[in-house]
Write a protein that binds this ligand. Structure first.
Ligand SMILES: [Cu+2]
Length: 331
């Protein structure tokens, strides 16, 4: 009994303290919504209300790729538990490679009344993400056995803001970080563009880029990173663009000791949970029969087609002629 009284009192105090400045927010959001690349960050998740009138009993935060070495903070009146798993990419911190860690935190069995406000905290390290990218902290509130609120929708540029957006964290440049390959000063604008994430259903599309072509070139390559966040495998089955006659999905393969490229006629599989990178020397999109040379700085629009996720337009900024990769692809 004394526990819930204390809890209600704490919630009311926090609500009063936040009124006036933030009383209008109705979504679960992070208190601080920007973080520097390669820095430590305290994610404070703000829970502004329950589930349509019902008190919140459990809060679950799924940690995004790019958030390492997570340590959740205990919360009075709640049991805390974690799920660990492999990171999408290892990160070396203080000379040690981190390959797995906490990916999901659950605070359960407490009470946050619908009229109360509360906060749940996870401390961690931002890594393997670039300025301009956004991390999403999917957050679920469970209220009793039959009610819940899931803050898990990813906003798509140019579309209506979702009703239950996933709490987001925008990554900004870190002037203090060393050895991170940010030496392409003249490509800042392009980099910003290509750092944007596009979604097609469960497929996250990132790091799209192409490169300038020589004057009489008939073909060019285009590159990007695809991550399947869904529970079912999908395939990239085709692509098209107004800049060339056709766009094919290619792979590089050794044929009689010679590296050759060939079309993947069945498309490129993206298994559930997998990230497939299309990059120079590996899988790539091939623009065949280019109508006009591509110049550095051009934005090339390519429509990708997935077997399940359908069609999506992606903008590919053009790097200089012969560029081995944009900033991302080098590390
Ligand atoms: Cu090719």
């Amino acid at each position: 009994m004394s526990k819930s009284v204390f809890h209600a009192a704490l919630g009311a105090a926090a609500l009063l303290a936040s009124m006036g400045t933030t009383s209008a927010f109705a979504h679960a959001t992070l208190e601080t919504q920007t973080a520097k690349a390669d820095s430590y960050f305290k994610a404070v998740m703000r829970i502004p209300h329950g589930c349509e009138g019902k008190a919140t009993n459990d809060v679950i935060i799924e940690l995004p790729d790019g958030f390492y070495s997570a340590k959740p903070m205990a919360h009075h009146g709640f049991e805390m538990s974690v799920e660990t798993g492999a990171y999408h990419k290892p990160l070396t911190l203080h000379g040690r490679e981190k390959t797995e860690g906490v990916r999901k935190v659950t605070w359960s069995g407490g009470v946050v009344e619908d009229w109360a406000y509360d906060e749940f905290i996870v401390f961690g390290r931002i890594g393997n993400v670039e300025a301009g990218e956004t991390l999403y902290f999917k957050t679920t509130q469970l209220c009793g056995d039959d009610a819940s609120v899931v803050w898990g929708e990813i906003p798509v540029e140019g579309e209506k803001r979702p009703a239950k957006p996933a709490p987001s964290l925008k990554i900004v440049a870190n002037a203090d970080a060393h050895g991170h390959g940010h030496n392409h000063g003249d490509k800042k604008a392009e980099h910003k563009e290509h750092g944007k994430m596009v979604m097609a259903g469960d497929i996250h599309i990132e790091s799209a880029w192409t490169r300038a072509t020589p004057p009489n070139a008939k073909a060019g390559g285009a590159f990007l990173k695809l991550t399947n966040k869904g529970h079912h495998a999908d395939r990239l089955i085709g692509a098209s663009s107004s800049v060339s006659k056709v766009v094919e999905v290619h792979e590089m393969a050794m044929v009689n000791d010679v590296m050759k490229m060939q079309e993947l006629t069945d498309g490129l599989a993206i298994e559930s949970g997998a990230t497939v990178e299309l990059k120079p020397g590996g899988y790539h999109l091939m623009l065949i029969g280019i109508h006009n040379p591509i110049a550095k700085g051009d934005m090339v629009k390519i429509t990708l087609e997935f077997e399940k996720a359908g069609k999506v337009d992606v903008m590919f900024p053009a790097a200089e002629l012969g560029a081995p990769g944009m900033d991302h692809s080098n590390h």
